[in-house]
Design a binder for this molecule. Sequence first.
Ligand code: AHR
Length: 648
Amino acid sequence: MRKKGLASIFALLLAVTVQGQHVMSVDVSKPVARIQPTMYGIFFEDINFGADGGLYAELVKNRSFEFPQPFVGWTPFGNVTVRDEAPCFDRNPHYVRIVNDGGLLRAGLDNEGYRGIGLKQGEEYRFTAYVRIPDAAPVKLSVELVNAGGENPLKKEIEVRGSGWQKVTAVLQSPFTDAHARLRVLLSTAGTVDIDHISLFPVKTWKNRENGLRADLVQALYDLNPGVFRFPGGCIIEGNSLATRYQWKNSVGPVENRPLNENRWNYTFKHKAFPDYFQSLGLGFYEYFLLSEDIGAEPLPVLSCGLSCQYESNEVVPLEQLDPYVQDALDLIEFANGAVTTEWGRLRADMGHPEPFGLKMIGIGNEQWGEVYPERLEVFTEAIRARYPDIKVVGSSGPSAGGDKFDYLWPEMKRIGVDLVDEHYYMAPDWFFANATRYDSYDRKGPKVFAGEYASHDHATGKANNFLAALSEAAFMTGLERNADVVHLATYAPLFAHADAWQWNPDLIWFDNLRVMRTPSYYVQQMYGMNPGTDVLSLQMEGAPVTGKDGLYATAALDGNTGEVILKIVNAAGKRNDVRIDFDGLRRGKLVSGSCTYLQADDPKTVNTLEQEVVVPRMRPVQVADRFLHLELQPYSFGVYRLQIRQK
Ligand code: AHR
């Protein structure tokens, strides 16, 4: 009796807080919801030169001369003409004929790359091209790397003999580093040569694959530990018109014969037009699936639902003509998962991957709205369910976080019975802070949420990728995690931006032809992605979730694989906050001290640059005293704490 009395007095004393100290309690004994392994992922779109000129490591722009003006990206000199008789590739029929009459002037052409070609001294680059000598007289090509000053210190000669189209290859070691180099190909002997699909890749791509991806950019994705990988966009799947929608079947098979497509982001912003923005589709659906596998993320392809971008041409495929679109979706599932004896499974095997990719989800339509969308989505959903009942269908709630379109679409998604609903919100930091509670009141029985595109837009700073934006995303994401029974996927957008060729900001990762820069938002995503946990734990302050009181936001999870408790705590206030965490449901002495990974900046407007990343995660140890953790949270900070529960 006396013992019990002392224990309650002790507990009472502990519950009395020092003035100004916040007390949070985490109940470690009762997980309240599962966290999907797919929870934190990435969204990829060829915007901001994200694919061609970015992730896709091809250094030559318009390598097949298929741009509407076939010399875009090229500077021809001497006798160079574009032709298409007896082409090498039927779906990319253009090639150039170079004639050298033996005089002093030579003939050839330079490629400017994507705002230059990025070359690093000592690195090797693989040049390939398809050539033909129409008059059968052997010729010599000179392949040259030209620096920004116009000097061409590296020349490699290739002799061409024989008849018919043939592939030539040469590996060039760059003698210089330059972000704005050029590739020159010239006919150095008298004669005539036809040449097509002129390509230059770094030899060191991700996993050293030919037709590969930029290793530094894939590494940045890998380091996020993403659970899901959505591709190929965004609005790009819809196209400016139906004719230019993303058609996955054009993006598979031999890379040389994938037909060029206009990029949806070429003229979108009238003050920022990119007339030279096209999709080579060299990074196509096979490569996307392979990338998903490489980075350990579930693939989530999204396809056109038969509506072109409703902001642009707003074309609608009549319901009675929707079959080919639906067939594209069914065939895609076969391409990803089908046996090698099926038509599309065989193509996957021929491309090098006989094993299925294990596709589990497919998105139909992007930011669509109005009755035309559910009408079409329903047809797709029924067809997919009939043939592939295990595949989850992702529908859309339109382009914004609320309003008429959103309010109309959510009940429609429930009526159709899609598995997940894609929500998009590009909003101000205040919205993100205020919406940490957004999902607390969502219907637990309806479709799950895919927070498919979101980013905090700090308009006051020209939508800079600053720490304030990142902090507000971190605060908002505590609400995603707390509601992991409703929210199953979340992907920041857009992913990439070329510093010299972007249309949209902010973006998660910036790069130029040689460098990569991770934004503060990137590190927030990484801290969630690396520490997702498997189960939500109840975390409360004054009997309620921590959703902004005194600038504090917090969530707790259990990692069932490692036996750790994971806390994510944001202090959005410009002052220190003292916090004590009580761990309930723990027997004394079972929690072991651990570590904290944190981001902090005294000035919330701080940004990272290509020259210097200022906001980067740092680590420090944390001490658990008995079953309490005392924290002095720095102003403007976000921390992830991992504490081991000692198993007896
Ligand atoms: O992420 C950029 C664009 O934003 C996406 O393409 C589109 O879905 C949204 O409007």
